[in-house]
Structure formats: structure tokens, C-alpha cells
Ligand binder design. Structure first.
Ligand code: NAD
Length: 516
């Protein structure tokens, strides 16, 4: 494709200001858009990213099943070229004054803000999420840049005295070139959660979004160009995990990896980098999070909130958030009331008002449906959803899963153990607080937990025993960007957010200066 043709096509994407316009654009084009890598500050034609033009991946729209675009499956030699571009940019960017880095990243946040709706439209089309949900995530992406662009202006460092002998102080410097790899559930938000701190702390990067949802990462290249990010500081390449991702993380030129995705991929990345001891690794992995509903949270004054929070935690973004509470445990005395009210609320809010999107891919849809078939085989009770699914005519070609509420699922069923990552929850009764904690912690994962109770002492007593990196009490998904984000057990290692992101992207050396 000539560069003027690709510029025209890029401007067509930018010109869509409603979902309908974007949808018609997809319909009107005989060739799906072909995304291009963004390396050294410019988009590069597919033949420069590939060894052969046949190495590309087609991405489909979850709501309709139609092809939307193709992306290059970037081959190892082209991955290396992108890493070299990042390496070449490092000496200058790492020494660029904080005020200047801050101004550039602030400009990125402003440009994202100006193009908020276009990003939200393409994110909704590409991922399957509702437009409202996509807008929330674009707002969070904007905050990622505004937060870290100002964070670096107010950094402090620790100094310590050894009386009469020495002064010691911590000196931090950018850790080098990073691989930034993200999943498909919140594409723009999660990728920028890595890019913003990485660049703010003076590192350079090669970013790879999921092959399932690459569209908004593609648009980001244009934003970086316009914001004046120097060439090579951020490079965005496309491709799958086995070819592109693995070559990226394993490269000896890469000083650190910030990865968000599944636990099995996290293990693979650990293996690929096991011999590179000094490589920084931040792994944000899967979850199978518990929601604990105590009887005191079902009294009339707070019942509506309890149901709303449990439902939101279960079905927001069609359950495709690593922090979703998909195992609900309810104190026995209010169990029947909860199941009844929860089911009625979810039917009204999510099913009738159609506030759940389609799941991200056909492969993922099939996986979720297999769990539902297993639930039917194991004689679980379906309070909502069913096998076979009930779909509207216009949903038949897309990847739709009805919000599903299951009870009578055995503790050792794969449905209770595995991360399904879709709009499927189980509800199970418990007798007392100790049993609730034991059930909540009975998982290989430890990412998040939701605690619904009005008992102040219990909030701490139970909250502090839950094996989860994040515990939300009577709320869910509340974020403050300085708080440590990350999981326990097989949900990951390392924390990101504020100064914790600084730990990921910088190296610290301690200087000792004698007193005399
Ligand atoms: P995935 O692990 O399959 O893929 C994630 C990314 O890793 C993709 O970009 C993929 O191409 C890449 N990848 C795959 N194999 C690779 C390899 N060998 N080397 C390098 N990169 C490789 O995950 P997914 O299916 O895209 O996303 C869903 C998972 O992400 C769920 O488990 C979910 O819980 C998790 N997730 C975790 C968080 C968190 O913050 N802890 C947030 C969102 C999603």
C-alpha cells in the first residue's frame, strides 16, 4: 500500500464520529483496513514488517462477526528492528529533562481527550464492549498520561545519615528498553497504563497489543507523532504471542517486560526470560475473584447497593475484566433472598436494557459456551442464561453470551475453579465468616475480592485475611492511580501504579558519601 493510500485510510478512521459512521465505513470497504506497525516515529508498510505478505491476521467485529481489519504478524527480524529503534532513542530520551517529558505526555493526554469519541467508537467495535463502557476506559487512558506526566514533576528521593560517618542517598535512573504487552479486554486503557509510566520515567519501549484488539493501539501512533514524542521512544508492533510476543520478551536487548494477560502466558514469559536475571518483570495475570455477601449487607437500607455492586462486579464489560467477581458466596440466612433479587436486577439492568456487549472473539465465545454446556451436564441450576443460548436474530452472527447466573455448582467443578472471563457467575451459600474466608481463598488466584458487609470490624477482620492484592468493600473498581495494583499467588508478581510503577521502570543505586 502506498503511503498516501494508507494516510487516506487512516484519516477515514479518524473521520468517524458515530458508531453508525464507523459501521458504514467497514461495510463500504471491500478490503479490510490493514494496520501498520509504528516504528521509529512512523507507520511502516506491511512489507517492511513481514518476511512474507501472507503473514497477517484478520480481526473480526465481535458484535457482528464481520472482518474489520488485518494486522501484520510481525516476524522476529522486524521485532528486532523495532527494539533497535527503541534502543537508539534511549540515550537521548532518558536524559531529557523531566519537565520536557512531562509536557509531551501531557500533550498526549490532551490529544486523546480531543479524540475521545473516535477512540471509544473503535474500541467498542473492536472489543465488543458497549460504547458507554468504552468511553469510561478512554477516560482512564487519558488519566494514565495526565497522572504520570505530573507525577514525575514531584518525585522525591530518600537520603539517610550514618551519624558522623556518611550520607547515603538513592539515585534512580531509567531502566532501559521495555516490552509492553497487553490483553484484549481493555485494550487502550491497559496498554496506556504501561506506556505512560514507561515513557514518563525515561524508558523507551516496544509495545504489542493483543492480536484480537489492535485498532486503538494503531490510532495511538498518530497521537504520539502529533504530540511530538521523539522517533523511536515508543514503537508499536502487531502480531500474535507465539511469534511476535515471544521474540520481543526474549530479546537480550530488552531490559524489562511489563505484561498483562493470562497466567499461562505469564509462566511462558518467566521461562523465556529465566536466564536473564536482571530483566525487570512485572506480571499482571488472571483472576477468579470472590464476592462475599454477608447477611448484614442485605438489610433494607443497603440491599439495593449490595445487589448493584455484586452485579456490576459480575457483568461489567460482559465479565471480561480480570477484577470481576465471578464466584459469589452468600451467607445462608439471606441466600434465597439474594439469588431472587440479584437475578431480577441482572435481568432488568443487563438483559432487558442490553447493557452487556459481545465477547471479544469467536474462540473465546466457544470457550465460554463449553463451560455452560458443562454446567448443564453437571445439573447446575440456570437462573439466567441457558444451553443452548437464546439469541436475537441480529446476534446470531456475533459472539454473544447471555448473562448467566448459576447455583448448585460443586466446589470442585471447573466452573468454580477456572477463570471463565465472561458473563457467568456462580452463587454458593456459606455458614459463617470462617467458611466464607476459606471459600474465598480456595483458589490458585489472588487478584481481587469484593466484601459486602456493614459491620465495620468485619471489614478489617475479613478484608485483611483475604488472599487478594485488591479488596473492595461495598464498592468495586474504584481506582486511585497511586495505589499498588497487582495480585497474589498465580495472579501475578510486582505492583504497578504511582511509585510502584517507578520501581518497575527505574533502577536504583545507593550512593554513599563520607562525612568528611
Ligand atoms: P493472553 O495471555 O493470551 O495474551 C496477552 C498478551 O500476551 C497478548 O498480547 C498476546 O499476544 C501476548 N502473548 C501470548 N503469548 C505470548 C508469549 N509467549 N510471549 C509474549 N507475549 C505473548 O491473555 P488474553 O487472553 O489476551 O487476556 C485475558 C487474560 O488477561 C485473562 O487471564 C485476564 O484475567 C488477564 N488480565 C489480567 C489483568 C490484570 O491486571 N491482572 C488485566 C486484564 C486482563
Amino acid at each position: 500500500m502506498s503511503s498516501s493510500t494508507s494516510d487516506r485510510r487512516l484519516s477515514e478512521l479518524w473521520s468517524c464520529v458515530t458508531l453508525d459512521e464507523a459501521s458504514s465505513l467497514i461495510d463500504s470497504t471491500s478490503n479490510p483496513f490493514s494496520l501498520q506497525n509504528f516504528v521509529g516515529g512512523q507507520y511502516i508498510a506491511p512489507h517492511d514488517s513481514l518476511t512474507s505478505s501472507s503473514q497477517h491476521i484478520t480481526s473480526f467485529e465481535p458484535k457482528t462477526g464481520r472482518p474489520i481489519y488485518t494486522l501484520p504478524c510481525t516476524q522476529p527480524h522486524a521485532v528486532e528492528a523495532a527494539i533497535k529503534a527503541a534502543k537508539a532513542a534511549f540515550p537521548s530520551w532518558s536524559k531529557t529533562a523531566r519537565a520536557e517529558r512531562s509536557a509531551i505526555l501531557w500533550k498526549v493526554s490532551e490529544l486523546l481527550q480531543q479524540n475521545r469519541e473516535v477512540f471509544a467508537i473503535w474500541e467498542s467495535i473492536d472489543q465488543g464492549k458497549t460504547l458507554d463502557r468504552a468511553r469510561i476506559e478512554v477516560d482512564r487512558a487519558i488519566s494514565n498520561f495526565s497522572y504520570f506526566s505530573t507525577f514525575i514533576l514531584h518525585e522525591q528521593t530518600a537520603a539517610r545519615m550514618v551519624d558522623g560517618v556518611a550520607l547515603t542517598y538513592e539515585h534512580r535512573s531509567p531502566a532501559g528498553v521495555f516490552a509492553l504487552i497487553s490483553p484484549w479486554n481493555m485494550p487502550l486503557y491497559l496498554l496506556t497504563w504501561k506506556i505512560a509510566p514507561c515513557l514518563a520515567f525515561g524508558c523507551t519501549a516496544v509495545a504489542k497489543p493483543s492480536e484480537v484488539t489492535s485498532m486503538t493501539a494503531f490510532l495511538l501512533g498518530d497521537i504520539f507523532q502529533k504530540a511530538g514524542v521523539p522517533p523511536g521512544v515508543i514503537n508499536i508492533i502487531f502480531g500474535d504471542g507465539a511469534t511476535t510476543g515471544a521474540a520481543l520478551v526474549a530479546s537480550p536487548l530488552i531490559n524489562g517486560v511489563s505484561f498483562t494477560g493470562g497466567t499461562q502466558t505469564g509462566i511462558a514469559i518467566r521461562r523465556l526470560t529465566a536466564h536473564q536475571i536482571g530483566k525487570h518483570l512485572s506480571l499482571e495475570l488472571g483472576g477468579k475473584n470472590p464476592t462475599l455477601v454477608f447477611a448484614d449487607s442485605m438489610v433494607p437500607s443497603v440491599r439495593e447497593r449490595t445487589i448493584r455492586v455484586a452485579a456490576m462486579a459480575a457483568f461489567e464489560n460482559q465479565g471480561e475484566i480480570c477484577l470481576c467477581g465471578s464466584r459469589i458466596y452468600v451467607e445462608k440466612s439471606v441466600y434465597n433472598d439474594f439469588v431472587r433479587d440479584f437475578t431480577a436486577y441482572v435481568r432488568e439492568k443487563y438483559v432487558l436494557k442490553q447493557t452487556v456487549g459481545a465477547v471479544a472473539s469467536l474462540q473465546h465465545c466457544d470457550k465460554i459456551r463449553r463451560y455452560l454446556e458443562l454446567a448443564a451436564e453437571q445439573k447446575a441450576t440456570f437462573h439466567l442464561g441457558g444451553v443452548p443460548p437464546t439469541l436475537n436474530e441480529d446476534e446470531a452472527q456475533g459472539y454473544w453470551i447471555e448473562p448467566t447466573i448459576l447455583t448448585d455448582v460443586a466446589k470442585n467443578s471447573a466452573i468454580q475453579i477456572d477463570e471463565i472471563f465472561g458473563p457467568v457467575v456462580t452463587i454458593t451459600p456459606f455458614d459463617n465468616e470462617q467458611e466464607a474466608i476459606q471459600l474465598a481463598n480456595d483458589s490458585e488466584y489472588g487478584l481481587a475480592a469484593i466484601l459486602l458487609t456493614t459491620d465495620g470490624a468485619r471489614m478489617r477482620r475479613v478484608g485483611e485475611q483475604l488472599e487478594a492484592g485488591l479488596v473492595w468493600v461495598n464498592c468495586w473498581l474504584v481506582r486511585e492511580l497511586g495505589t499498588p495494583f497487582g495480585g497474589m499467588k498465580n495472579s501475578g508478581t510486582g505492583r504497578e501504579g504511582g511509585e510502584h510503577s517507578r520501581d518497575v521502570f527505574t533502577v536504583v543505586r545507593t550512593l554513599h558519601l563520607p562525612a568528611y
